[in-house]
Design a protein around this ligand. Structure first.
Ligand SMILES: Nc1ncnc2c1ncn2[C@@H]1O[C@H](COP(=O)(O)OP(=O)(O)O)[C@@H](O)[C@H]1O
Ligand SMILES: [Mg+2]
Length: 203
């Protein structure tokens, strides 16, 4: 079955989950898989010399489990995870994968039909992060000592990725970001439908 997979990556507190939820509300037959649901238990996360738990690295995530959840959805699109109700089965099933470390994980390279990356500046990121309560809570100095340096490292690694990633300014209002991405997704889906139609005319 034809499917359409959207990847939403980006910095912590960049607005990934907010954008994913807004899209899911308006796209038919759309499911969401969040990378945050695949963190390993604290006891399995490494600690550095400063005593900071190393959460913002791929090793802190159970990525095999996340890939299984994606494969599961692919096998039975729209049924394995929560999806929007009341949509006709004719629509291409859409999966949104959202998380802070998507594009540095090679096995995901071939999964997404369209990839977005939300960025916000350091100050805004630190401000938004400070308003959130994490489990376990961020210890003093954690943002500057682990979160932001890891983000910069992963951003640098992403520079080697050749496939197209659409960068989004996460400081824009939530509604504007939604409108921008929604329009783009609709355009992409129209292209997919066009190719499907064209291919069906080939004897
Ligand atoms: N476009 C936006 N402008 C301002 N604040 C936003 C925007 N999008 C999300 N937020 C706020 O930023 C915080 C993080 O949003 P969230 O979607 O959870 O980010 P992420 O999933 O990337 O960590 C929340 O408090 C949310 O309300
Ligand atoms: Mg989130």
């Amino acid at each position: 079955m034809k499917t359409f997979v959207i990847g939403i990556g980006g910095v912590t507190n960049g607005g990934k989950t907010t954008l994913a939820k807004n899209l899911q509300k308006h796209l038919p037959n759309c499911s969401v898989i969040s990378q945050d649901d695949f963190f390993k238990p604290e006891s399995e996360v490494e600690t550095d010399k400063n005593g900071f738990l190393q959460y913002d690295v791929l090793e802190a995530l159970n990525m095999e489990e996340m890939m299984s959840a994606i494969s599961c959805w692919m096998e039975s699109p729209g049924h394995s995870v929560e999806s929007t109700d009341g949509t006709s089965g004719e629509e291409i099933p859409i999966l949104i994968i959202e998380g802070f470390l998507l594009f540095n994980y090679k096995p995901l390279d071939t999964v997404c039909n369209r990839s977005y990356f939300l960025t916000i500046p350091y100050e805004e990121c630190k401000r938004r992060r400070s308003t959130r309560v994490y489990k376990p809570p961020d210890p003093p100095g954690y943002f500057d000592g682990h979160v932001w340096p890891m983000y910069l490292k992963h951003r640098r690694e992403m520079e080697d990725i050749t496939r197209e990633i659409v960068y989004l300014d996460g400081t824009k209002p939530e509604e504007d970001l939604f409108a921008q991405v929604y329009e783009d997704v609709i355009q992409q889906l129209a292209k997919e439908k066009f190719w499907k139609m064209l291919l069906s005319t080939i004897p």
